[in-house]
Design a protein around this ligand. Structure first.
Ligand SMILES: [Zn+2]
Ligand SMILES: [Zn+2]
Length: 574
């Protein structure tokens, strides 16, 4: 699947157009096309070969032709033309938080800055502060941005890695007939960001497996091919290492390569104390050298007198102790989720109608779906007025009358204004079944102010859930200046639920905070996708993974409840 590769090119074009000061309309057209291709379920190269690119919404004649040109020749004339005046490296500068396309262009024009290294040097020499439209403050902000950029370099979002791994493992299984094929490493632990991807295969004919692996359509370059390990780079620039092990060692190898390092160190210490040695080949009795297990991963843990530990917990954060006591929590699972509590429709900035979102939710077996369009103050997202909400309610009621097994909750994602008030009158909030409220502006305010806004919002008895409570965007924007302890204290006092936003770049609350919310404050959480299109309902999986990494059980999550129980919970504050 080359969707991400194509999306990246379209996004680069959008950035180049923006740098050139082209019309907003053209820029948005390319951004939109990129977003569509990225979330399209079929491989774009297949859609193209069937001549159906234009059937993807947002892809017109001209963009379709350019994609076709690229897929057939590996080049795109238009992109080459655009990069004649502005080198493509300059586009990559925009990956530094705080550097938008306009600033990147300015840096290139005025100081000849092309790379992050150039930029770092210019900051050290205090050159940025003298540029037009910039100043000391922007210079500081960009310096911070570079720090963030460096930290994340080479790490991609789980939401980018997982679809690639799944596609690869599926094809390997199909082409080799082997079913012991598994991701390992941080992907298997469902970490929010991933470095390299690890895949493990059980086979006694590694050569055949390697042949299949290097021939996968995702492979751009083979870095090294060996008997037991082969490394490749995908078109997206991601390194994937595949290891082939004997079937009798598969479980041990899976345990070993899943990590984390800290977890494995602790595990081996315990093994030693109990007279065992654990390595990637198996678990062995130290006195006799006898191998007592290794084919199945469970054997390692069982031999040591532990419960099997779900990969999401393997961080040496107390899971080994709990496993020894046989008191691991029963983590929430995908099948526990009965509905999604925060999605948008085309009434605000969603891509499709309420009905289409409802159909998609029904297909996923949900019992309910909360339509939470933006409210009026969020003009960029076509926020709704009270009148429009009333119009929208008719549509929701019409669906619910059909009683097709999925109930739509009439909701909003209201905006918390900079003074902490909600941009919708209480009388109107009272009519809604679910009011999610979140910060969408004034995110750079000082800690005290942000907290005050959240506090006021949570004290509003109609606000039941706070969306994306810390506002972070992974690799792009750090959380607001807000202390989780203060936030959790108020949430507990007011009986407000907090969201685990499942968007791959949000995953907000993050794992350690969500765990704290539960363990120290007893707060209930929702897991919600914030989907703006039907495909994004699948993000729920990342939210569930995040909840699992936070040690949460189904009892801790409000959308594992039946509709009746949920409604009861939502009424509590009112
Ligand atoms: Zn939001
Ligand atoms: Zn939203």
């Amino acid at each position: 699947m080359r969707n991400q590769e194509i999306a990246k090119i379209l996004r680069n074009i959008a950035l180049l157009l923006e740098m050139k000061g082209e019309s907003r309309f053209r820029v948005v057209a390319y951004e939109e096309a990129a977003r569509r291709i990225e979330t399209w379920p079929e491989p774009v190269e297949e859609v193209w070969s069937k001549g159906k690119l234009k059937e993807i919404p947002g892809i017109g004649e001209s963009i379709a032709t350019k994609i076709g040109e690229y897929l057939s020749t590996g080049r795109m004339n238009y992109l080459e033309e655009l990069t004649r005046d502005i080198p493509i490296e300059v586009v990559e500068l925009t990956e530094v938080p705080g550097v938008g396309p306009k600033i990147a262009k300015l840096l290139y024009d005025e100081l000849g800055i092309r790379t992050v290294d150039d930029l770092e040097k210019a900051i050290a020499e205090r050159k940025l502060r003298h540029l037009p439209r910039l100043g000391e403050k922007s210079e500081e902000k960009i310096a911070k941005g570079i720090e963030m950029f460096k930290k994340r370099s080479g790490r991609m979002l789980l939401g980018q890695a997982l679809p690639i791994v799944r596609e690869m493992t599926r094809t390997i299984r199909e082409k080799t007939g082997i079913d012991k094929v598994s991701p390992a490493g941080s992907v298997r632990r469902m970490k929010e960001t991933i470095g390299d991807i690890d895949i493990l295969v059980a086979s006694s004919s590694p050569d055949q497996v390697m042949d299949v692996f290097v021939a996968l359509p995702q492979v751009k370059e083979v870095l090294a091919r060996g008997d037991t390990k082969t490394s490749i780079v995908t078109h997206e620039g991601i390194q994937v290492d595949l290891r082939v092990v004997e079937e009798v060692s598969f479980g041990a190898a899976l345990q070993y390569f899943t990590g984390s390092k800290a977890h494995n160190i602790k595990l081996r210490e315990i093994a030693l104390k109990k007279g065992f040695k654990v390595n990637e080949y198996g678990i062995f009795r130290i006195d006799t050298g006898e191998k007592v297990g290794g084919e199945r991963e469970e054997e390692i843990y069982e031999t040591l007198g532990m419960e099997w530990i779900p990969p999401e917990l393997r961080e040496d954060q107390g899971e080994i102790e709990k496993a020894l006591e046989k008191r691991l929590p029963v983590l929430v699972e995908m099948s526990d989720i009965r509905g999604d509590l925060h999605v948008h429709s085309s009434w605000s900035d969603g891509m499709v109608s309420i009905e289409e979102m409802a159909e998609a939710a029904l297909q996923r077996g949900y019992e309910y779906l909360a339509v939470c369009d933006h409210t009026q103050s969020l003009a960029v997202a076509s926020g709704l007025t009270p009148e429009e909400i009333q119009e929208r309610e008719k549509e929701i009621t019409r669906w619910n009358r059909k009683a097709r097994g999925l109930y739509l909750l009439n909701g909003v994602e209201a905006n918390i204004l900079s003074d902490g008030s909600i941009d919708f009158p209480d009388t109107e909030l009272a009519i809604l079944e679910l009011v999610v409220a979140g910060l969408h502006s004034g995110l750079n305010q000082k800690e005290e102010k942000i907290l005050k806004r959240l506090e006021l919002a949570m004290k509003n008895k109609y606000v039941q859930i706070i969306s994306h409570p810390t506002g972070r965007l992974i690799n792009k924007r750090s959380a607001y200046e807000v202390h989780c302890d203060a936030l959790f204290t108020i949430a507990r006092e007011t009986g407000t639920f907090l969201e685990i936003n499942a968007q791959p770049e949000r995953l907000d609350l993050k794992d350690v905070d969500a765990r704290k919310a539960k363990e120290q404050y007893g707060i209930l959480l929702s897991i919600a996708t914030d989907a703006h299109d039907p495909n994004s309902l699948d993000y729920i999986e990342y939210g569930v993974a995040q909840a699992r990494r936070a040690w949460l059980t189904r009892e801790d999550i409000i959308n594992t409840r039946t509709l009746e129980e949920l409604r009861e919970l939502l009424q509590r504050k009112r």
